[in-house]
Design a protein around this ligand. Structure first.
Ligand SMILES: [Zn+2]
Length: 67
């Protein structure tokens, strides 16, 4: 099974940013993939491969949702 590299999605309209770590190659819209911004509905998001720091931060956020 090929797991996609974590990606960071960035909205240039409102500065929303999200790092999505897919758990499988089955991508779920709104969790592993964003086609538009959940904040402002801008539909041209920047996407790039996530950095190690962003992946670490996202993993921590998932383990410790209260933080
Ligand atoms: Zn936005």
């Amino acid at each position: 099974m090929l797991i996609p590299h974590p990606r960071t999605f960035i909205c240039l309209a409102c500065n929303w940013k999200r790092t999505a770590i897919a758990l499988s190659d089955c991508l779920m819209e709104g969790r592993d993939w964003f086609s538009d911004c959940p904040e402002c509905r801008h539909n041209e998001l920047e996407t790039r491969l996530a950095t190690q720091a962003e992946i670490m931060k996202e993993r921590l956020a998932n383990f410790l949702p209260s933080l």
